[in-house]
Design a protein around this ligand. Sequence first.
Ligand code: NI
Length: 138
Amino acid sequence: MPSLVRFGVSLEKELLCQFDGLLKNTKYTNRSQAIRDLIRTELVKEEWQENKEITGAVTLVYNHHKRELVNRLMDIQHDYHDNILSTQHLHLDGDNCLEVIAIKGKAKQTKELYDRLRSVKGVKYAGFAQASTGSRLT
Ligand code: NI
């Protein structure tokens, strides 16, 4: 288990009140836990900025009746097969599909994959949850 270090933080009273207000709306039970997660979020952002090995999930919503769109999405995924861990396809209704694509690789390349997928004409929604492999986080 990593050793814990205590340190003091000075900040404006109003800012602390706002922070505590944020905590009330979440499930955090104490400030330390919330600060720890904020630091980790920043470390993950840095991993992405520095083009480290990362993971993430792309979500797409589209109408599967548009065959050219479906083929295009498939072609792009084949171009990046080294970065794709799995693809889950869910039929939302008679027309719409949700695709969740788990990815891994260098940040820059996975962003490129996401940009190519989301820019395909006819994609109704695209989202990208940028995560970490966890290997550089405590
Ligand atoms: Ni479908």
